[in-house]
Design a binder for this molecule. Structure first.
Ligand code: HEM
Length: 215
């Protein structure tokens, strides 16, 4: 069992599965957050309350946090193994199409992690009672938060980097789980590109809209 968990191919496989799970979380999270664009706070607050109270979703939240931890820990382990196995950087750059994104995955991932910590302070920790705020009115919390230009810049920069991270992660995860095919691979790359543009653009719209409307 421990051999399976520690071989680098299994690590990559487990990391890819956790990553694919996280990829399914983002459209759901975005869909609910787009309700923030509604001038009526009720639909968003009701959806947020449902997400907090519904037992199945509470279990999904535990799975979500487990997936985040697995993805981060295995990502760091694999990167360290890569650095140890290849201490001298190749002079000639790798010219594969995804190489620029792949080389920066550890850094874009690190920035997304920092973003998540800031993001939890902004919202999630209110629910846990660690930060002051009304957990039943995340609508007002968001509208208050995104009047701050610095917060908006932090969120936008994070979303752009999230897009780069998602583009490589999406199709590389399919490759890792063995879906590498003459026809499917270009198709998956196309879907990865659309996903990596639409998801961050959708998230960016929320602070942008709130900032414009409230200034
Ligand atoms: C403008 C964009 C975003 C807004 C307004 C937003 C809003 C929120 C809110 C209100 C919560 C607390 C929900 C609750 O616990 O009931 C939350 C939690 C969370 N957010 Fe975001 N979010 C945004 C973008 C993101 C992005 C891009 C990610 C991932 C990279 C993310 C990851 C999470 C996670 C992991 C949680 C904790 C789990 C959960 O409660 O569902 N969020 N967010």
């Amino acid at each position: 069992m421990s051999k399976v968990l520690y071989s680098s191919i299994s690590q990559k496989f487990i990391m890819a599965l956790a990553g694919l799970f996280l990829i399914t979380f983002l459209p759901v999270h975005l869909g609910i957050n787009l309700l923030l664009l509604n001038s009526d706070p009720e639909p968003f607050n009701r959806a947020a309350k449902f997400m907090s109270d519904f037992p199945v979703i509470k279990i999904m939240e535990i799975v979500l946090f487990a997936a985040i931890m697995i993805h981060i820990i295995y990502g760091i382990l694999l990167q360290i193994q890569n650095w140890i196995a290849r201490p001298v950087r190749y002079k000639k750059s790798n010219r594969s199409e995804t190489a620029p994104f792949s080389r920066f995955m550890i850094w874009t991932g690190g920035i997304i992690f920092i973003f998540l910590i800031i993001h939890f302070f902004n919202f999630y920790f209110i629910k846990l009672g660690l930060v002051e705020g009304d957990p039943y009115n995340f609508y007002d919390v968001a509208w208050q938060l995104f009047t701050n230009p610095l917060i908006n810049i932090i969120y936008w920069v994070s979303f752009i980097l999230l897009g780069f991270h998602l583009y490589h992660a999406f199709h590389s995860a399919f490759q890792t789980i063995g879906l590498n095919h003459r026809i499917w691979t270009p198709l998956i790359k196309g879907v990865a590109f659309i996903y990596a543009v639409i998801i961050p653009a959708g998230f960016s719209l929320i602070p942008l809209y709130i900032w414009i409307v409230s200034s």
